[in-house]
Design a protein around this ligand. Sequence first.
Ligand code: ARG
Length: 704
Amino acid sequence: MTDSIRFLLCAPDHYNVDYVINPWMEGNIHKSSSDRSVEQWYKLHKIIKEHAIVDLVTPQKGWPDMVFTANAGLVLANTVVLSRFFHKERQGEEPHFKEWFLNQGFIVHELPKDLPFEGAGDALLDREGRYLWAGYGFRSELDSHPLLAKWLDIEVLSLRLIDERFYHLDTCFCPLTGGYLLYYPPAFDSYSNRLIEMRVPSEKRILVAEADAVNFACNAVNINKTIIMNKVSDDLKLGLTTVGFLVIETPLSEFLKAGGAAKCLTLRVTEPIIPDNKAKVLVESRTIRMEGHLLDAGLINQALDLIVEGGGSFKVLNFNLGEQRQSTSLAEVKVSTPSHEVMEEIMSQLIDIGAVIPTEDVQDAKLEPIKQNGVAPDDFYVTTIYPTEVRIKGQWIRVQNQRMDGAIAITEVDGYIQAKCKVIRDLQIGEQAIIDIAGIRTIRKTESREKRNQEEFSFMSAGVSSERRVELVVEQVAWELRQIHDRGGKVVVTAGPVVIHTGGSKHLASLIHQGYVQALLGGNAIAVHDIEQSLMGTSLGVDMTQGVAVHGGHRHHLKTINIIRRCGSIAKAVENDVLTNGVMYECVKNNVPFVLAGSIRDDGPLPDTQMDLIKAQEEYAELLKGADMVLMLSTMLHSIGVGNMTPSGVKMVCVDINPAVVTKLSDRGSVESIGVVTDVGLFLSLLITQLEQLTRPYSFVAKV
Ligand code: ARG
């Protein structure tokens, strides 16, 4: 027996499963046998007594989980941080544990009322005493970690739990003598796993498989070289014995019904202090402000979800609810993260959805010079589709050429500072790029509730593609096309060959003819299929009127390419009366510029196809300038390309028969996109009919 080691236990006099606060308790209410739990507890008590001194706290009626003394608090030397239980079902245990610690002469620290922390269930000392592993995600709040560091003067390493079966750190993580660690990696997020791997060398990490993990193998009591635990697999036992541990198994099935085992039932109250330890936490906190229709638009939920899913935690410091339908709300939220790295990641996403750093905390943007043409600094800020401003020398400057997935390049000529979105390859020595997330804000329009509902409706209705609903979206798109047309605006179409296969070419040609299209973007294929149809009546060898394959038709598209190559270009083919109708014909005739971006699978290509992809991207971007609407017709590839180059505020209508494509394209987090799941040929035909109705004079409507 090691005299100096003491454990606190609580007899199971009132133990039972009376409520459900973790997944193990589900279906187990009043299902634990009191005889068996008493028997199992005394066995454990006996084993511990053979290795250490056992202290007892008096069990209290009405607090059935008090047997789990690991949750009494966290002890280091003569100091204890008392638990603040997350669930009210256990909060009544707090004063009883507090009394015990005070009676023993501990220095007692209490966390603020609304800051949950569940003691040694969620905080485990490295057995070499070097640092404290602290869990968060279910029961304990990340914001408690800096207080642990301060009060216990120790380095705290925060680990995020992500599997609700392993809701306390001690259910999936067990530091052992000699720097070993027994743990179940899938219970943690990837950042936490990386942190563990950085601190514990691989030869010291003992990984537990799921089958052992669900038997609470990690919920073990380690006293020097002895490990006391519920039953485990032979494999794991062998692994532990090989590195010199003695495993003692003792059945604890009755306590598993409440979600606890050996470690939960004990609290080590002698934890020696290591003299040269110093408080240190990686946890960071920052305050953000959000303004807008936070509730109506779901912005606040989005922000809070994003913080939690990103591995952080939050506290809403202020929430000023806008009272009128049109008034906006204002929220101030404190964001905490386990490290600076996670903070940067979360903050950049929050900035993307319009969060701002309160003025008093705002700093200038951080700049780093470009050291190599076409290469950004490692930590460069990645742009979004939203209007962005950067703060330089105390001034907010609007970023030009907004697009997503770029860097922000800063140039200064004669004291005049310019900020511009650039794709990485265009960055030049002499420019500086913005790094980090300081001094950056994006500007989000606050749409009125009515407008948003209307937009959302159209998207939702498009997703569910009943015929009438498609018609409704078509009516809306036709109306907007007409308006853009009448005010001399710009509509850009991206189209794939499916437009031709589905019989949409005559409709698209007609749209171009009537002046509804100001630029066409596509690949080699749309042009080849369109021209094949004009010249030979087939599309990829299939007769477009009969819908059957034509004998020898598979050669048609190659013959088509050959003919255009002979002419020199599509425009020349039109000029020479070789090409006399169709989409490309109308483009040439109506001076509608087009760019055909090549790809590896292109036959030919047509002389007009731009096989230099960098040039093709530039030409696309050029034609997209000033667009009011982009009509994306069944081409995922070109539409994604276009989406990346287009700032928010440009209406996007994505039509595809595949719902996954529509979702992918319309999910820009902005309300300006409408998705329509339908056959593109049908969509275009409905669109033309609808546009005709909009232009037909009133007197044409027959009276009966
Ligand atoms: N039923 C208890 C709860 O959900 C079990 C506590 C287990 N304790 C532990 N340290 N893991 O709170």
